[in-house]
Ligand binder design. Structure first.
Ligand code: NAD
Ligand code: WQD
Length: 346
């Protein structure tokens, strides 16, 4: 059985679905602080198989001990964490506590239970403002400029130290570039709380009429069209990478680092134009100053994951945007039922 922490969340729910479809038994641990139980109900519906669910906090060591005593867990995918950059600047301790201390509590309980396979959700943010594109795993980890990024780098360092101390550990550090998109069914997807920080969720909410216009942050970057460039990757491709990592961790010990990206960079304006094609209409947008802390460009060299995991991203930008739009247009308010619809149902 595979334990998926944060399995009700955006990336976790897609990984749970892939695990179920590959025949694994899955246990989800999530405190639902940024997700909904509905996501897992939908995952079960798509897979036609049940998911075990425990509502709990990854920082709760004694609960974790009881969990490992009660379920035959053999490996852990650790998605549970907080991820909003701006919030992390305002509430740094909450971010360090969840992302660093939560990971430590999890590893302590795993070791106690004799479980030593861990796949960790890291981020390209650990590279900081990288000087060379594309970014390989050998690129120096930079100085992330916010507590969120710092917490991911700190957790990576904790895991390096842990693996060096005990050869039984097999740990995959998965450095995600920019996950977007949704499962092709349109039943599960990203459902941010409040005003979205990330580009695609914001564009989707403009398209569905929840927001007026997209602000394009910065048009004076040293890029061909002046807007920021990122490596957007389909969340289903990302989820599949975790299954490949699990397989690989059966064969290798210590820490392995893998970039999960497409190797292609797209500017904000390219994203807007590609999305307009999918929509069949214009997306209102205006140019605004740069967002503080943003970098000009960031894209991956994903060849290590291809060589070692036999994994590569297969879904192109049009597919990412079409799948994301299917999810958003079928679920304009995400997993929550808006009040009027709830009244209609009653
Ligand atoms: P998400 O917020 O949708 O999912 C995280 C899940 O963890 C949520 O279901 C939340 O309820 C749960 N959670 C949070 N704190 C918890 C706690 N203390 N105990 C138990 N559960 C808890 O985010 P996501 O986009 O699916 O991200 C998953 C992981 O990937 C995170 O660790 C995130 O930092 C990392 N990551 C995300 C991105 C991205 O752009 N989405 C990029 C790089 C890395
Ligand atoms: C992408 C591009 C913006 C919103 C963040 C985190 C990173 C990782 C992924 C977790 C940039 C521009 C955005 C908007 C815009 N998360 N933009 N208007 O900044 O690459 O990464 O999410 O690990 O740690 O920092 O992603 O989607 O916020 O921005 O013009 O309303 O879109 O300036 O060029 P980013 P993003």
């Amino acid at each position: 059985m595979i334990l998926v922490t944060g399995g009700a969340g955006y990336i976790g729910s897609h990984a749970v679905l892939e695990l179920l479809q590959a025949g694994h038994e899955v246990l989800v641990l999530d405190n639902l602080c940024n997700s909904s139980r509905t996501a897992l109900a939908r995952v079960e519906r798509i897979a036609g198989r049940p998911v075990q669910f425990v509502r709990g906090d990854v920082r709760n060591r004694s609960m974790l001990t009881a969990l490992f005593a009660a379920y035959p867990v053999t490996a852990v995918l650790h998605f549970a964490g907080l991820k909003a950059v701006g919030e992390s600047v305002r509430e740094p301790l909450r971010y360090y506590e969840t992302n660093v201390s939560g990971s430590i509590a999890l590893c302590q309980a795993m070791a106690e239970a004799g479980i030593f396979k861990l796949v960790f959700s890291s981020s390209a943010t650990v590279y900081g403002d990288a000087q060379q594109m594309p970014i390989t795993e050998e690129a120096p980890t930079g100085q992330p400029t916010n507590p969120y990024g710092q917490s991911k780098l700190m957790a990576e360092n904790v895991l390096h130290g842990l693996a060096a101390s005990d050869p039984r550990w097999s740990i995959g550090l998965m450095r995600y570039f920019n996950p977007i998109g949704a499962h092709e069914s349109g039943l599960i997807g990203e459902d941010p709380n409040g005003i979205p920080n990330n580009l695609l969720p914001y564009m989707l909410q403009v398209a569905v009429g929840r927001r007026k216009s997209l602000s394009v942050f910065g048009s004076d970057y040293p890029t061909p069209d002046g807007t920021g460039i990122r490596d957007y990757i389909h969340v289903v491709d990302l989820a599949k990478g975790h299954l490949k990592a699990l397989e690989r961790l059966e064969q290798v010990q210590g820490v392995s680092v893998w970039n999960l990206g497409t190797g292609l960079g797209h500017s904000v304006l390219e994203m807007v134009y590609a999305f307009e094609k999918v929509l069949g209409r214009a997306l209102p947008h205006s140019f605004e100053p740069r967002r503080p802390g943003d970098i000009a460009q960031c894209w991956s060299d994903p060849s290590k994951a291809l060589a070692e995991l036999g994994w590569r991203a297969e879904r192109d930008l049009t597919c990412m945007l079409a799948d994301a739009w299917r999810w958003q247009s079928q679920n304009p308010h995400g997993y929550s039922v808006p009040q009027k619809a709830a009244a209609d149902l009653a």
